[in-house]
Design a protein around this ligand. Structure first.
Ligand SMILES: [Zn+2]
Length: 163
């Protein structure tokens, strides 16, 4: 039997209580209201969409690309959002190759909790670097990975390459 495997599904699984603020403001919308991109690890703010580091990365450089609007499905996106988001996904992929020189890149989205979305109410695309055989023992057994680089370090590297 073949196992369907998507690394971004581990997002926020161990942190379900952290996905919503007490006042029910979504973490992504909340990050957008701040002005400190470094503190919230926002890489880029576009007109209709933005790019932010995944707080619980599968690999160093794991980015999330999403509409600024709090919407839950791709069919709710306007043409402008679709256009900008696809361009940002491509840019994120280019930056990942520049900064990390990975063997491959995963681009994907989980729509709805049943599909594995950690924050289903605000849809987002994952863009993350992959290396041959990086599905290590910890991932297989504990759904956990050792991340050697801090989010601050990642933010500095990616932000610099992005600009
Ligand atoms: Zn939101």
């Amino acid at each position: 039997m073949e196992t369907m495997w998507a690394p971004w599904r581990s997002e926020y699984i161990n942190n379900n209580n952290d996905t919503e603020k007490p006042n029910n403001i979504c973490v992504f919308c909340d990050a957008l209201t701040t002005t400190d991109d470094h503190e919230r690890h926002i890489i880029y703010r576009g007109e209709y969409a933005f790019v932010i580091l995944n707080k619980f990365p599968y690999n160093n450089g794991h980015m999330l690309v999403m509409p600024k609007r709090h919407i839950s499905r791709p069919d709710m996106m306007t043409d402008q959002e679709r256009y900008e988001i696809m361009n940002l996904i491509v840019k994120a992929q280019i930056v990942l190759y520049q900064v990390y020189n990975p063997h491959g890149v995963n681009i994907g989205a989980n729509i709805g909790e049943a599909a594995g979305a950690g924050i289903a109410q605000h849809m987002h695309f994952h863009v993350l670097p992959r290396w041959n055989a990086d599905a290590n023992f910890m991932t297989t057994v504990a759904n956990t990975r050792v991340i050697p680089e801090s989010l601050d370090e990642t933010w500095v590297k990616i932000r610099k390459a992005w600009n």
